[in-house]
Design a protein around this ligand. Sequence first.
Ligand SMILES: [Ca+2]
Length: 564
Amino acid sequence: MPFFIVACPNRKRTFKTIKTNLISKEFLKIFISCFFIVHHFTKHPSMTRFHLAFTPFIAFLVLAAFGCQTEKTKETSTTQKPNIVIIYMDDLGYGDVSAYEAGTLETPNMDFLANGGMKFTNGYASSATCSPSRYALMTGTYPWRNKDAKILPGTAPLLIGTDELTIPGMLKKQGYATAVVGKWHMGLGDGQVDWNEQVSPGPNEVGFDYSYIMAATQDRVPTVYLENGLVQGLDPNDPIEINYQENFEGEPTGKDNPEMLTMKWHHGHNSSIVNGIPRIGFMKGGEKAKWVDEDMADHFLDKAKAYVQEERDEPFFLFYAMQQPHVPRTPHPRFEGKSGMGPRGDVILEADWCVGEFMNTLEEEGLLENTLVIFSSDNGPVLNDGYYDDAVEKLGDHTPWGPLRGGKYSLFEAGTRVPFISYWKGTIEPGQSDAMISQIDLLNSLASLTGSGEKSSDGQDFSATLLGKADQGRESLVLEATTRTAFRKGDWVLIPPYSGPAVNQQVDIELGNDKGFQLYDLSQDLGQQRNLAEENPEKLKAMVADFIAIRGEEFINTEALELK
Ligand SMILES: [Ca+2]
């Protein structure tokens, strides 16, 4: 056996293949065939001694060659179905990646993906907020088609129907092992969750074989990890209770107990206190199960790496949903102060390091040339998002929104246009694409890439564009921000009139609200400073008609943004 291990390339896999062959009927058939072939060619009297001594050995040699060949065939078929990883950031802006906007913050590992793969300059999240973007990414469906796709509390029921088409569900049918590690925020259960029992339905019911998640966000309760629906480290004698309406008697809150806080709240975020940080929502019990905020990045990274190591021999899909740089920004002490920009900059450096570590793992496992990595963010950047954490004060010259207007929550470009990168060593030639592409296109593109016939009706297949083999992109795209929608077609952007403030003062972001129509030509005015609606009525009329043809008249039904 050692001979065959040495004789074949890729020792670990070959060993596994031959072991499998040894117990298979196929092996016996091949061995018997080899024996008789060798027997036939060596039965001449002059070969008798050779015949007796070496026939079984030669037969085994032929078999070993066949074993290698089988392995090659297996690897070829694996090549046809690459591993797929989506690295998904939370609130990372277009200008936060230095490959997009060279500036004061350096992100060498994200840059490695951007400069070694296809860097999209017109890549979009479907929404300017978390839950709707995640829903759209998973299902390939516009979030405004699902009335529940809003920023969800930690007690929200599962946003995705268990019979709905999803990326992991589709890939599972294509033979993939599927997993999510990190931030979920797409709801769990049926609305009446008992966190002390198996929480279901959740990721495992919409296509993920394995899930290791935080339920909602780092600033919302419950502040615990769930593995396949079970809260980790839970002491049955200290059950968890969650309520988003009212506090539990005698429990301290950020509002009433400022002396207990290590991080001060700016708006909202003044309910239960966990690890000195006031959160959204009330929680009681589950002390031993509570996460350590500063360890979260390392914790998710370890789980993501372990999954890759575990599944290295089969095609896998991993949705690695990192929590940075969403609030509360709690860098591990290794990264504290490293950016000079306060915790927001520090956690971006931490996230960048995680990206590097994760890519190193792919390389160490020999998977880099057989893994498509998509890197993106769920929405645009925000500085003060509810805590005093120096994000505004220490920003300096850094521009998280790059050359774009607005940010998280906004209908302007910085709300939804995000870093969007496809990387596949040896397959994707490094380059830049200006093709318009949305995260809702990933389902259809990945389906096409893996030979699945399934597709969503809102998404499009841009597999060739993702691989840098075509420059075709979307003709048009509906953008969403807290129930309001805008429309991009070609280089033009239409923002319909919406009531509400032009600027949300709490986060200091221009939301895109205006009494009249706004029309921008991005080819001339990327920063959306010049509204052409009045001087270009023909274009406005055409854009409104095209928008309504997709979105329908109900685009006027919106809800005001309420930050908690
Ligand atoms: Ca987000």
